[in-house]
Design a protein around this ligand. Sequence first.
Ligand code: BGC
Length: 245
Amino acid sequence: MNVFGVDIGGSGIKGAPVDLERGDLAEPRHKVLTPHPATPDGVADGVSEVVRHFGWSGPVGITFPGVVTGSVVRTAANVDKSWIDTDGGELLGDKLGLPVTVLNDADAAGIAEMTFGAGSGRKGVVMLLTFGTGIGSALFHDGRLVPNTELGHLELNGHEAEKHASTKVKDDDELSWEHWARRVQKYLEHLEMLFSPELFIIGGGVSRKADKFLPLIKHVRAEIVPAQLQNNAGIVGAAMAAARR
Ligand code: BGC
């Protein structure tokens, strides 16, 4: 069965029909730029453009880069603040005229990785982190998600972790891989102290370059692996969430 998945990110809105048996895109994804400011109406137009590109009619799963309870957006760290308390499910469902499911972006990526990727079959505490515009987190115990953990906002060296160790900060401040890896290492050590995961899965676009920084990370007891679905994990997880609903 195919279900449509959309991933709303700080820089792009991308989506594609997803083959749920294979856990992969059924067609090459289509991407539009995230509008700035990323207001609810502007983002909804972008989502609509992506879905219409495929002439899709059917259920749609959509990730959002903030806390989502039910279908209501509760936080908006890297998109326009007018999202807060917007019923994303209602807004996007009305815009598309299709049944939609909205969930946190890192949770979606985690759901996909736990089924089709680096976390498949893994028991115990598993933590997926996405490094991008912000830092997203998805926490699993024996394969079950604890939603909306928001661990990118933990304090690290007097800063919010995502303002210190996201890949946006790496790019903006032109940090070397060594410099950035030291920050990521501190962050992982802190998470390990709090949650003792058995496995960290490192996702987001940077997972493609895992060989540049994972070997630099030491002093973390847990196993650390790159995400396998890389940048498509959000799209796949969104479609999986819509299918489950
Ligand atoms: C948001 C999270 C999101 C992460 C990655 C953070 O700023 O608060 O909800 O998962 O960015 O997009």
